[in-house]
Design a protein around this ligand. Structure first.
Ligand code: HSE
Length: 437
């Protein structure tokens, strides 16, 4: 049977994994896809590396634009990354009537609406399973497996680097900076780790899941993003004492008023399965009204785990290659003319529970003043912890867990607490999620 021809843009970690797995499992993949999937052309700046990996089995070039214009290429796999050249290449491939498979979450989170509209117009597929949570088939689950449900919320550990750092901080009681340096030494964190540690990578992924879950356009610019670089090891310890773990979560929720879309360090009860996802692993918890809670766990990065998602997309595209474009699975799960304009809520509208830590003078009436301020703002206290002051110290740490409250009210209460004479410095505020099924 005539093979389908793939043009691979970038044969680095994921591209190399894709080549290896396609070659190793060729026979089974062909039986699934209905015809052989063959990487006919590889574009990479490092031609020597490409030659070593492919052993003369594919045409090699350092000109990616020649691949997206090659009439013999049916599917373009974009593994270059970034927003600029990758965007040009993807749009060119679409313009030339080629299907695209990409792992590029940044590109889709920022330019996805434009890219999917172009693909829709041209009747080609743009598949992106590898863009979210690496090898975990979460896009497939949200777009197809859960399509009976009204999805209510998603909460995911969708960045392995930060989960590794948080796990190490908790296990070893080390500060953020020390663990980051160790993660870089071990190759878990990039030389420039900004996108990972500041939550941007997780926000790209959360934004894509939010669009698919709720049938809304992709709106990365409305995602609230906080990373873990300012997280204090003391808060991880206090959270643990109160029965919680801190994870960097990508959260999106449907509420009466609109959609919450946010990435930030979050306290979650230790007894939840997702709280026990450690190291560089990823996990996504989805709540649908019919199915209840479902949890997806696996490797969110790496050569063969990510290749697993890329190749699953290649199989899908190969199967549907000749199908009428109107009868394919829509790119964003909902039919393109059926997206809704549910607003993404500003952060001060968000309602969740809070962890507050403050340093206060250990003298009569201080706690009463603090709890009065919270009561005035209609914020109910769930639990409280006060550390015994160290020998000779006049100050102590007070930790308060609140019930669900609106962020605007919590911020206003914090400003009043910080203005108290007996409170030293600023209040640390972290958000908490119960994640109850
Ligand atoms: N840098 C990501 C992570 C993997 O640490 O999970 C690719 O999105």
């Amino acid at each position: 049977m005539k093979p389908i021809n793939v043009g691979l843009l970038g044969i680095g970690t994921v591209g190399g994994g894709t080549w290896t797995v396609l070659t190793r499992n060729q026979e089974e993949i062909t039986r699934r896809a209905g015809r052989p999937i063959r990487i006919s052309t590889v574009a990479d700046r490092n031609l020597e590396r490409a030659r070593q990996l492919t052993g003369g089995q594919a045409r090699l070039t350092d000109d990616a634009f020649s691949v997206v214009s090659d009439p013999d290429v049916d599917i373009v796999v974009e593994l270059i990354g970034g927003y600029t050249v990758a965007k040009e290449l993807v749009l060119k491939a679409i313009e030339n009537g080629k299907h695209v498979v990409t792992a590029n979450k940044a590109l889709l989170a920022v330019h996805g609406n434009e890219i999917f509209a172009a693909a829709q117009k041209k009747g080609v597929m743009v598949a992106f399973e590898a863009a979210v949570a690496g090898g975990i088939p979460i896009i497939k689950a949200l777009r197809e497996g859960l399509s009976a449900n009204r999805i209510q919320w998603i909460a995911g550990i969708i960045n392995g680097t930060t989960n590794f750092i948080l796990s190490e901080m908790r296990d070893k009681g080390l500060p953020f900076a020390d663990v980051l340096a160790e993660a870089q030494r071990l190759g878990y964190a990039e030389a420039d780790p900004t996108f990972d540690i500041e939550g941007v990578d997780a926000a790209h992924k959360a934004t894509l899941m939010s669009a698919i879950a709720f049938g809304i356009p992709i709106q990365f610019d409305k995602c609230h993003i906080e990373g873990i670089s300012k997280l204090d090891a003391a808060d991880i310890r206090y959270a643990e004492q109160l029965g919680y773990r801190i994870k960097l979560l990508g959260i999106t929720k449907r509420t009466q008023a609109g959609v919450e879309l946010r990435v930030h360090p979050t306290l979650i009860p230790t007894k939840r399965l997702i709280a026990n996802v450690e190291g560089a692993m990823n996990a996504v918890l989805v709540w649908g009204d019919a199915v209840g809670a479902t949890l997806y766990y696996g490797k969110g990065a790496g050569d063969e785990p990510t290749a697993s998602a890329v190749i699953a997309d290649l199989v899908d595209v190969t199967r549907l290659h000749t199908a009428d474009p109107n009868h394919r699975v829509p790119h964003l799960a909902f039919q393109p003319d059926q997206l809704t304009d549910l607003p993404i809520l500003a952060m001060d509208q968000v309602e969740t529970a809070y962890y507050l830590r403050l340093r206060a003078l250990d003298k009569p009436g201080v706690l009463a003043d603090i709890t009065r301020i919270l009561a005035d703002s209609d914020i109910s206290i769930d639990a409280m912890l006060q550390r015994e002051p160290a020998e000779g110290e006049a100050q102590t740490d007070v930790v308060i867990l609140t019930h669900v409250a609106r962020e605007k009210a919590v911020n206003a209460a914090i400003a009043r607490i910080e203005a108290l004479e007996a409170v030293v410095g600023s209040v640390t505020r972290l958000r908490m999620e119960e994640l109850k099924g």
